[in-house]
Design a protein around this ligand. Structure first.
Ligand code: SAH
Length: 410
């Protein structure tokens, strides 16, 4: 959402028009502001006068400039690489954020025309949805990210992490930590910023928002999609189960928003292009992977124009379930195809660096509390487990799929 006039201007949280307006309201020149905005987004250039000090202790109001523009160059505290997939961590040194960290993943997508890169961003630190299979859910929700902190993941990915590789970020998926519909206003503002023609210029058709299936959130995204320039924004739904009984057992949110409501929300969603919805299905052995489950899912999806994305489960810490066997994933996918459902499977990327779907959220983050199975929590001991290294052989990635590829395999 647009920033409050009393607040410092955070350029990464504003569209170019909002930024120019804010600068003008503070007596700045519109031309200079537009140039600065372009240089920031396109070239990664930060005017020296905007910089706050990238150290929490020093990030006082004195560090802000007379125009009250604030840019904190969040330190990239870790980059973990597995093959060509990398996870990077930004430390939010803003006052009051206590050094909490975002996690984002860069995934290369081989295409006929060359490799493109997809960025998976976090919309929250932690998550409150409680999905039983997800690592992030284990820590509960710590904080909603502001729009500028979401966009900062693209900015740092582009100008700090990825630049040297020469592969620009092409697609952005909201599939990192958090539930986008639980922080929907900031997520929508971040999308407005990311598509801005004077700035990041990411086409809406290259952005996907993935949700546990909050019908109100889906409706809000639908309202954005109705606006010119956003018609081709993609929606992805994490279905993960064939019926309400199984879904409620693994996704507590299903008790509030059962599958029939989800279907209604999807059927009411505006469709401006032929693009199909992406319906994600994390395949968990013994839970939702039987042939009958597959038939039930396909029957549920029959009226919805969608692509079913089968994601092999990546075991979280203390997981009660193993990763599925390859042969079971293949069997499930083949059966869905035979049922007439357009289906793809996701490949394996980033498992060893905890960069795969459902694996984000590192327990060394300051003040983080880990949730126990019984819902109690305990403080994390600093250095208890090093980022991503405490887990080994952790399943497969559910990371985003190149819509043009039949099968993505790391
Ligand atoms: N909250 C959003 C986005 C984050 S999760 C959502 O639920 O869609 C992104 C995707 O990863 C979702 O489809 C989710 O079902 C999947 N996922 C979560 N945990 C996983 C795990 N352990 N293994 C594989 N995929 C997982």
């Amino acid at each position: 959402m647009a920033q409050d006039p009393g607040q410092p201007i955070r350029p990464l949280g504003l569209t170019s028009a909002q930024f120019v307006e804010a600068a003008r309201a503070r007596g700045g020149s519109a031309f200079a502001a537009r140039d600065e905005y372009k240089a920031l987004f396109r070239d990664g250039v930060v005017p020296a006068s905007w910089m706050t000090i990238a150290n929490e202790a020093d990030a006082t109001s004195d560090a802000r400039t007379s125009t009250n523009c604030e840019f904190t160059d969040y330190p990239v505290t870790a980059t973990l690489v597995e093959g060509e997939t990398s996870k990077f961590v930004l430390r939010l040194v803003d006052p009051g954020w206590n050094g909490l960290e975002t996690e984002s993943v860069l995934i290369p997508m081989p295409r006929a025309s060359g490799t493109t890169t997809t960025l998976c961003v976090s919309s929250q630190i932690g998550c409150s949805m409680g999905c039983r299979f997800c690592e992030t859910a284990q820590m509960g929700l710590l904080k909603n990210l502001r729009a500028d902190q979401i966009v900062h993941q693209w900015w740092a990915g582009t100008h700090r992490v990825q630049r040297a590789s020469g592969n620009a970020i092409k697609n952005i998926v909201f599939m990192g930590m958090g539930e986008p519909t639980d922080n929907i206003d900031e997520v929508i503002q971040a999308i407005r910023v990311l598509v801005d023609h004077d700035g990041a210029m990411v086409p809406a058709s290259n952005i996907s928002v993935s949700t546990v299936g909050n019908p109100d959130g889906i409706e809000k995204i639908g309202q954005l999609v109705r606006e010119t320039g956003f018609h081709r924004l993609n929606l992805a739904l994490s279905l993960n189960a064939p019926n309400d009984e199984i879904r409620s057992a693994i996704m507590p949110v299903n008790k509030a928003w059962p599958m029939a409501r989800l279907k209604d929300a999807l059927l009411a969603f505006p469709r401006f292009s032929k693009a199909a919805f992406c319906v994600e299905y994390v395949l968990i052995p013994g839970v939702n992977d039987a042939d009958e489950h597959c038939d039930e899912v396909c029957a549920f999806l029959r009226e919805i124009r969608c692509s079913l994305n089968v994601i092999p489960y990546n075991p979280r810490r203390n997981s009660p379930w193993p990763a599925p066997e390859e042969s079971d994933v293949d069997r499930f996918v083949a059966r869905a195809v035979t049922n007439g459902q357009f289906t793809k499977r996701r490949g394996t990327k980033g498992r060893n660096v905890m960069a795969a779907c459902g694996q984000l959220g590192n327990e060394h983050i300051r003040n983080r509390r880990l949730m126990n199975e019984d819902g109690t929590s305990e403080p994390v001991k600093p250095g208890f487990v090093k980022l991503g290294l405490g887990n080994s052989g952790l399943g497969n990635s559910g990371l985003p799929v190149d819509p043009n590829a039949n099968r993505n395999q790391a």
